[in-house]
Write a protein that binds this ligand. Sequence first.
Ligand SMILES: [Fe+2]
Length: 293
Amino acid sequence: MPYVTERTLTDIALERWSDIPDPRLKEVMTALVKHVHAFVREIEPTQAEWATAIDFLTRTGKMCDEKRQEFVLFSDVLGVSMLVDAINHRQSSGATPSTVEGPFHVPNAPPMANGANMAANAPGIACFCVGKVRGLAGEPVAGATLDLWQTDGDGLYEAQRPGIDGPWMRGIYRAQPDGSYLIRTVAPIAYTIPMDGTVGELMNRTNMSHMRPAHIHFAVNAPGYHGLVTHLFQAGGEWINDDAVYGVKEPLIVEFKKMPAGSKAPSGEIMNEPFYLVSYDFVLERKAQAAAA
Ligand SMILES: [Fe+2]
């Protein structure tokens, strides 16, 4: 075996990390060694810079607990989370595109009747979401579940509102026999990613936006179809073109139609205040169709 020099070190390390019986782990680790060595050769860090990098990662790890995942946030702002999502959801054209789930989903949201208000008592402008859940061939997907979560009109998720008794700004609706759904909520607003950790420290040394444009998260599921995790974004909203976590996809941008006071809501009631109307059909892909593609 040759002794190491700056020139030979990468090849020697690669050979050593090739001795792994698990073929996938071998593929992953040799690619990691190759790319990390290439990165270090490109940037040529000083010893102090390398220590700073190790310190950054150490402090990032120490920030993580069951409620806060700073490494996921780091992956999000690097665009890696959305890249992993894209690689794993190469859907047929016509299906609603997926996005990352993000950190604010809480499982087991309360079941809501069609048209029920999941934002009762929450601040914000009333917002009705209507549409259908259907398959690629246009067939209604009766009984599909739509699990929603979002900020209230102050830009806060449940996890950010201490002292809330019970679920906040989330609910599970069910598509009707014709695939239709009707949701009453309040309009979400844009919000900042958490800036009090190591990721915020890094972002503050850039000119990048740390904002996310206004959106509602949806997880849509039905037997026989691929599950869909996605967002709907408010067309024309601030930061729609520079979402800090790269979540915005063109087909997910929808008009939040502003309706004046006195207008009839999709629920049939006459609204005393202005409200938003959002119309969107979710298109799911059958599992068999994906297998044949
Ligand atoms: Fe969000």
